[in-house]
Ligand binder design. Structure first.
Ligand SMILES: *Cc1c(COP(=O)(O)O)cnc(C)c1O
Length: 347
């Protein structure tokens, strides 16, 4: 979802951005109008997340999946090894891609627990020669989220694709934060990379220029034509978050929204959530019905009541409620009421 206010503003400005006589889609990315949009977006991101001057903010293409490759290419330097913590499908994919570029050490995994928990961080055994430690702060498919930032004796790299901007975070704890925008920041087609400047070293010689952080930083993320309209929409979402009162206020609302659904699930024998309660995601809530033959009926009836995209990922089945920032409390209440009512009829 995108916030309705953001879509309305985009509609208003579609044909003529702030008196420029042009749509943002028609602007030169080197012109003064787009420069203002790009700089405003970066300033809003820095303000919202409290990003210091010792970090670059890059706006790239290729999605989070592109970063699965770009991260080892740019951060390995003289190292051979890198450490990965596996807590679900996305961290597993990140590790699989990194294997093309060096030795991936799986220093902890919850695969035996079907990715329903986070391995006790005191038992992680990262290789001290690793260039970095990578983890995924919210596993979008499995609904497992880190409520803490792990301690690490090497740069911490985090895939925040599905929970960036959902809570306050101390950026200075990280070497690199990355996120595809389309889950919680804006439209697809733009990817944010926040990287500590001193970590940039010579990338692997085969690194494509568009994935080379140093080159992109020097070019203001405009080594080639950036996705201008997506960048603009991302900026509108960031301004909307500022109007919501910033990340502290947004986090409070996300707690309230997710607790509404988890309380309902826990009070019922009809619905289940498989995740270790300590690590339940505030963004993605997977749930199953005691009688899975009712899944189809549930999804059909939800859809005819205006609630779509509730089908769980094909790899885990069941249902999944994704309640990102743009989902209003009212929307979550509607879902909760529907779930209760469905249970009354079929439970
Ligand atoms: C969706 C997602 C990805 C993949 O993002 P793309 O932009 O499609 O490459 C990676 N990591 C997480 C946590 C995701 O939710």
């Amino acid at each position: 979802m995108l916030p309705v206010e953001v879509l309305e503003q985009a509609r208003e400005e579609m044909l003529d951005w702030q008196g420029s006589g042009m749509s943002v889609m028609e602007m030169s990315h080197r012109g003064p109008h787009f420069k203002q949009i790009a700089e405003g977006t970066e300033a809003a991101l820095r303000e919202l997340m409290g990003i210091g001057d010792d970090y670059h903010c890059l706006f790239l293409q290729g999605g989070a999946t592109g970063q699965f490759a770009a991260i080892p290419m740019n951060l390995l330097g003289d190292h051979r090894k890198m450490n990965y913590v596996l807590t679900g499908s996305w961290s597993r994919k990140a590790a699989a891609e990194a294997r093309k570029y060096g030795d991936v050490i799986i220093c902890a995994t919850s695969e035996e627990d079907k990715f329903t928990t986070i391995p006790d961080s005191t038992e992680w055994r990262p290789d001290p020669d690793g260039a970095y430690l990578h983890y995924t702060s919210n596993e979008t498919i499995h609904g497992v989220e880190f409520p803490f930032v792990p301690e690490a004796s090497m740069p911490l790299v985090v895939d925040m694709s599905s929970d960036i901007l959902s809570r306050e975070v101390d950026v200075s704890r990280f070497g690199l934060i990355y996120a595809g925008a389309q889950k919680n920041m804006g439209p697809s087609g733009i990817t944010v990379v926040i990287v500590r400047k001193d970590l940039l070293c010579d990338p692997l010689p085969s690194t494509p220029s568009v994935l080379d952080y140093r080159q992109q930083a020097e070019a203001g993320s405009m080594l080639n034509t950036p996705p201008t309209y997506n960048w603009y929409l991302l900026g509108l979402v960031l301004e909307w978050l500022q109007r919501q009162g910033g990340l502290k206020a947004v986090e409070q609302r996300n707690i309230e929204k997710s607790e509404l659904i988890y309380r309902l699930i826990d009070a019922s024998d009809f619905y289940q959530n498989p995740v270790d309660p300590r690590y339940r995601s505030r963004m993605n809530i997977p749930f199953t019905l005691t009688d899975p033959t009712l899944d189809k009926v549930f999804l059909q009836e939800a859809e005819s009541n205006g609630m779509v995209n509730l089908k769980g990922h094909r790899s885990v089945g069941g249902m999944r409620a994704s309640i990102y920032n743009a989902m209003p409390l009212e929307g979550v209440k509607t879902l909760a009421e529907f779930m209760q009512e469905f249970e009354t009829r079929y439970g």
